[in-house]
Design a protein around this ligand. Structure first.
Ligand code: F6R
Ligand code: MG
Ligand code: MG
Length: 388
C-alpha cells in the first residue's frame, strides 16, 4: 500500500476580534475549498486563537508543490473574507506573494510526515497560539526522553532504545541529529535555548520510523521584522513503540513558560485547553495549546477527539492561570518581558538614539566631574544638554 502523508499547514490570515479568534466564515470557506480538491484523501480545518490549521492527508509526499499550493491558495482566498469583514491583520502570515512550489519561507508554518499506515495509526496534532516553535522543545523532550514522564522508555521493549532528535538552529539555518539517551545532556544544552534551537523531528531508533514533526517557521527571521508570532503546530504518532497517547499529553500537565503572549514579547505559561477554550483574551493570552487526536484509517481522519476536554486538565489550566498572575506582577520587567534580543516589538533603537548623547562615563574612583570633562571623556554639562 502506498505511503500516506499527514500534513498540518497553518497561518494567521486575520483575527476576530483583534488577535484572539478566527471568524467562522473563514473556516467555512477553507472547508469548502479543501472539500472541492481531488488531491486530498481527507482534511480537517480547525483553529487555535487566531491561527487556522489545515490538517490534510494525501499521497503526494512531504514538500509537495501541489499540496502546498492548495494550502497557499486556500489561505489567499480566506484572506479575501478577512479583508471583506475588515478583520484584524488580514493576510498577515502571507509574507511573500510569490508562491513557487513550497510554503516554507513564505510565512505559513508546516509540519508533515510520510509513513506506512500501521494496522492502527493514532496521531495527535498539537496546535499553539501566542508562542513560538521552541515551545515544543520541553514537551518533546519529556515525551521522548524523560522516563519520569514516559514510563514506556523504561518498561516497553520497543521504546527502550530511545529516540533520535533532529534539531534546527533557526539563526544559522543548520541542523543536527542527536541520539538519546546517549546524548541527552548535549541535546539539553541546545534545546534549553528554545529561541534559537528547536526540535524539528523525532525518530524511533527501534522502529526506524518518524514519530514527531514540528513547524519551525520564524516569521521575524523571514520578514526581517516583526509580523506576528510564529505560533507552532506539532504532529505526534502514538502507541506500539511510540509514546502512548497519555504519555504524549502528559508534559502539558505541568504548564511551562514560553516566549510569546502580548506583542510576542512576553514570557507566559502554555495553557492546555479545548478548541472551544482556545480564544485567548487575557492580555491577548496567556499562550494556548490544543491537542486533537485522530485515528487514521486508509488515510481518512477518524475524529477528532479534543484531548484536553477532560476534567483531569483543569488543574493544569488553574496552574497556568496562577503562573500567569505571577508573571503579570512583573509588568515591564524581565523575566515577564522577554530579553532584549527576543522581543518582537521594541522601542529600544529609537530610545537609544534619542538618549545616546546623555550617556556619560562613570568617573573612576577619586575622579571629579571636572577631570572627567578635562579628559575629554564627558561633555561639559555632564547631562549632554549642549548636544543635539
Ligand atoms: C501576539 C499578538 C498580539 C499583538 C497585539 C498588538 O502574538 O498577536 O498580542 O501583538 O495585540 O497588536 P498590534 O500591534 O497589531 O496592534
Ligand atoms: Mg494575529
Ligand atoms: Mg496566532
Amino acid at each position: 500500500m502506498a505511503k500516506i502523508t499527514l500534513s498540518c499547514i497553518k497561518a494567521d490570515v486575520g483575527g476576530y476580534v483583534g488577535h484572539g479568534d478566527v471568524h467562522p466564515e473563514m473556516l467555512d470557506l477553507a472547508r469548502e475549498l479543501l472539500g472541492a480538491s481531488s488531491l486530498l484523501i481527507d482534511y480537517h480545518v480547525t483553529r487555535v486563537g487566531d491561527d487556522i490549521n489545515l490538517i490534510l492527508t494525501h499521497r503526494e509526499g512531504v514538500d509537495s508543490p501541489k499540496i502546498h499550493g492548495l494550502a497557499w491558495e486556500t489561505f489567499k482566498r480566506v484572506t479575501e473574507v478577512a479583508k471583506r469583514l475588515k478583520l484584524y491583520g488580514a493576510g498577515q502570515d502571507l509574507l511573500v506573494d510569490a508562491f513557487a512550489g513550497n510554503v516554507r519561507g513564505l510565512g505559513p508554518g508546516v509540519c508533515e510526515m510520510e509513513f506506512e499506515e500501521r494496522p492502527s495509526e493514532p496521531v495527535i496534532v498539537f496546535m499553539a497560539d501566542k508562542t513560538e516553535p521552541g515551545a515544543w522543545n520541553l514537551p518533546l523532550y519529556k515525551m521522548f526522553a524523560d522516563p519520569f514522564n514516559t514510563p514506556g522508555l523504561v518498561i516497553d521493549n520497543k521504546m527502550h532504545k530511545g529516540f533520535d532528535f533532529v534539531v534546527h538552529n533557526l539563526k544559522e539555518n543548520t541542523q543536527i541529529r542527536m541520539s538519546c539517551p546517549e546524548e541527552l545532556y548535549d541535546l539539553l544544552m541546545f534545546i534549553g535555548a528554545p529561541h534559537t534551537y528547536v526540535i524539528k523531528e523525532v525518530y524511533s531508533r527501534e522502529l526506524g520510523e518518524i514519530a514527531a514533526s514540528a513547524t519551525t517557521t520564524k516569521l521575524a527571521l523571514i520578514a526581517g521584522r516583526y509580523v506576528g508570532k510564529d505560533d507552532p503546530s506539532l504532529i505526534v504518532r502514538c502507541q506500539s513503540g511510540l509514546p502512548a497517547v497519555g504519555e504524549a499529553l502528559e508534559p502539558f500537565a505541568w504548564p511551562h513558560f514560553v516566549g510569546g503572549w502580548m506583542r510576542g514579547s512576553h514570557c507566559g505559561p502554555l495553557m492546555p485547553c479545548t478548541v472551544e477554550q482556545a480564544r485567548p483574551s487575557r492580555l491577548d493570552g496567556p499562550p494556548r495549546v490544543v491537542a486533537l487526536g485522530f485515528q487514521i484509517a486508509d488515510g481518512r481522519l477518524i475524529g477528532p477527539r479534543d484531548l484536553f476536554a477532560d476534567p483531569s486538565w483543569d488543574k493544569a489550566r488553574e496552574m497556568a492561570n496562577e503562573m500567569a498572575y505571577i508573571m503579570r506582577r512583573h509588568g515591564p520587567f524581565e523575566p515577564h518581558r522577554l530579553h532584549l534580543d527576543e522581543m518582537e516589538y521594541t522601542t529600544m533603537p529609537e530610545i537609544m538614539r534619542r538618549l545616546a548623547h546623555r550617556w556619560q562615563p562613570i568617573p573612576e574612583p577619586g575622579e571629579t566631574a571636572k577631570e572627567l570633562v578635562a579628559s575629554g571623556r564627558a561633555s561639559a554639562t555632564g547631562d549632554g544638554s549642549e548636544v543635539d
